[in-house]
Design a protein. Structure first.
Length: 616
């Protein structure tokens, strides 16, 4: 089944229609003033828990030492009440500053809010995102649903191959996340139509939350958005959205005196050839197109003289409008016919092929070296394992690293030669470090490796475990995001997501049942199980009505069981009673009502054994 997790979560808590309406209203230019009511509703708060509970960062403690494990033990009413009170009288707790290494050897500062502050940010993000998505620019690709680096690379290739634009302005904003102007950001949110003053005050408080530095000192920021905050990626896109539309207005959407008939292609894009021809022939406008991924963007121009003027204009515009400085050393104009231009770990150039120029792209030298070092380090880990289980884990991690390299960089036209370069260095270390353990003979047990790497002669085996070949990869054409795909319209969701094939009214009624003794983790997993089992009993397979639904702990809590998804199962009320029944007359009476077949009885007995009861 085609499924997107966050869309499925929105269905569990009946928030998708609300988000769809926010998106549609935003497209129509509506002004939003009552958003706090949606942000603070119980369903949105429970959805926030659902969306972040399995994030890797949720197990990282903030300054209050609490993690998601402390939240999942709370009763639903208590959890919802805590978040609602926090929203009502919002004062963020200090943010913990940590530093992680960047690929260039420097350190990247991250701000880790407390888990409650993260949940508050998630509640706000869920409501703000559909409003902002309706206002964002088409070629803004970073930190947005259903968009990726692949789409940005596809757009770059189109500029070179089809539009024949060979001059690129590379602009690097100096310390973007650390220098965002708070007042300007609040104004931009206001102009997007988000005019709930209570919400704007909460966002301002978030931006000004004190930061506890690694040495224990406390800083009070006057600018910047903390990297690590859940809301920060959306806020960064809001900041640079103004730049996107300003660049767009300089050429692509420049008004013309007369109307031109533009063909609408089958994929939904508009052919503006007539308009562009008129602008070229009758004006002195500079042709410029922007492609952006977060704070990393490129401006494609047709002539060097245009690129030089655009470079100066963008530099001054960023200073005057957004109060941002550019890095003079890293910002430059590149002629793609002569030099490579770097973007998102790729280096791109235009090379002559017969009578035209086409894209030639590689992994950047830094990316090659970085991936090479990581794989060599992992080979050393495999060489120093303690036992077979440890060895299997380390080989699996190595393979996942290889898959990651191939899946991300396969859109480079010369990725095969780049990965072959990595392979030569890694295989030398592998032969030296794993001498005697590495063999060419073996059977590929892993389905993914067999399907994608089965024909490679570079495959090796360690203790019957397959080692994926880093040098075996084929380039792929990067794809654009389909025009109609959108997570906030029913027709836009059709290609990326299928609706639940169950009785949603029962699921939503189940979600709204109040059980004061049950914690938030149990209540959340119960809905997931109902959807995963298509509303049917796990033992009998029969569809359940609301009053028949019971959620059973496979391993009882008193025997050490917990409320995790894997320890729960949805069963019929009578099945649940049969699992725990011990009196013979009770068992006979319930069996008479249930009348299970041989298969159902086997499932029932398996559940009885787990709770310590004999088979029937």
């Amino acid at each position: 089944m085609t499924k997107q997790k966050k869309l499925r979560h929105s269905e569990y808590y009946d928030m998708q229609p609300v988000f769809d309406k926010l998106y549609a209203d935003s497209r129509n230019g509506k002004i939003f003033t009552g958003l706090m009511e949606i942000i603070g509703c119980e369903e949105n708060i429970r959805l926030a828990y659902r969306n972040i509970k399995r994030n890797g960062g949720s197990n990282t403690a903030g300054t209050d030492k609490l993690t998601i494990k402390d939240i999942e033990k709370l009763p639903v009413e208590q959890y919802v009440g805590i978040v609602q009170r926090k929203l009502m009288f919002y004062k963020p707790k200090p943010v913990k500053r940590v530093e992680i290494p960047k690929p260039n050897g420097k350190m990247r500062p991250l701000g880790i809010p407390t888990i409650i502050d993260r949940l508050v940010q998630q509640c706000i993000l869920q409501v703000m995102e559909p409003i902002c998505e309706a206002k964002f620019y088409e070629r803004s690709n970073g930190f947005r649903p259903n968009r990726s680096a692949e789409n940005a690379i596809a757009q770059c290739y189109k500029m070179i191959n089809l539009q024949k634009l060979y001059f690129v302005v590379d602009v690097d904003i100096k310390g973007f996340f650390d220098n965002v102007n708070h007042t300007k950001l609040i104004q931009q949110i206001w102009h997007m139509g988000i005019r709930d003053k209570k919400l704007l005050c909460i966002i301002r408080e978030m931006l000004k939350a004190p930061i506890v530095m690694p040495d224990g000192t406390v800083e009070h920021p006057t600018k910047g958005t903390p990297q690590g905050g859940i809301l920060s990626p959306l806020l960064s896109n809001i900041v640079l959205n103004e730049l996107d539309w300003w660049i767009d207005s300089q050429w692509e959407n420049m008004p013309t005196k007369r109307e031109y008939r533009c063909e609408i292609r089958p994929n939904g894009t508009v052919n503006k050839t007539a308009i562009y021809g008129s602008l070229k022939n009758t004006t002195t406008l500079k042709e410029v197109h922007i492609i952006r991924y977060a704070d990393d963007f490129k401006l494609f121009c047709r002539k060097r003289s245009d690129a030089e003027k655009v470079f100066i204009a963008v530099k001054l515009w960023l200073q005057d409008r957004l109060k941002l400085e550019i890095s003079e050393e890293k910002s430059k104009i590149v002629n793609l016919k002569r030099h490579y231009s770097e973007f998102l770990g790729f280096e791109i150039k235009a090379v002559r092929k017969r009578k035209r120029y086409v894209v030639k792209s590689h992994m950047t030298p830094k990316a090659i070296q970085r991936e090479k070092d990581k794989l060599i380090e992992q080979v050393k880990q495999i060489a120093h394992v303690q036992d077979r289980d440890d060895e299997a884990r380390e080989i699996t991690l190595y393979n996942s690293m290889v898959f990651g390299i191939h899946n991300y960089y396969r859109y480079a036209t010369m990725v095969a030669s780049d990965c072959e370069q990595i392979h030569r260095a890694v295989s030398t270390v592998m032969k030296n470090r794993l001498y005697g353990r590495l063999t060419k003979k073996g059977h590929i047990n892993e389905v993914y490796i067999r399907e994608n790497y089965g024909k490679s002669k570079q495959i090796r085996f360690i203790s019957s475990k397959t080692v994926a070949p880093v040098g075996y990869v084929q380039t792929r054409t990067p794809l654009f995001k389909k025009k109609k795909v959108c997570k906030y319209t029913p027709e836009g969701r059709e290609e990326i997501h299928k609706n639940l094939g169950i009785n949603t009214s029962i699921m939503l009624a189940l979600m709204r049942i109040r059980e004061p003794r049950r914690n938030v983790e149990y209540m959340d997993n119960r809905i997931s199980l109902y959807a995963a089992q298509y509303g049917r009993c796990a033992v009998t397979g029969k569809e359940l009505w609301l009053e028949e639904i019971h959620c059973h702990h496979k391993l009882p809590v008193k025997m050490g069981g917990d409320d995790r998804y894997s320890n729960l199962v949805i069963v019929h009320r009578i099945v649940h009673q049969l699992i725990h029944a011990t009196a013979p007359e009770t068992i006979i009476a319930y069996l008479k009502d249930l009348q299970p077949d041989k298969k159902a009885l086997a499932k029932l007995n398996a559940l009885r054994v787990m709770v310590g009861n004999p088979e029937i």
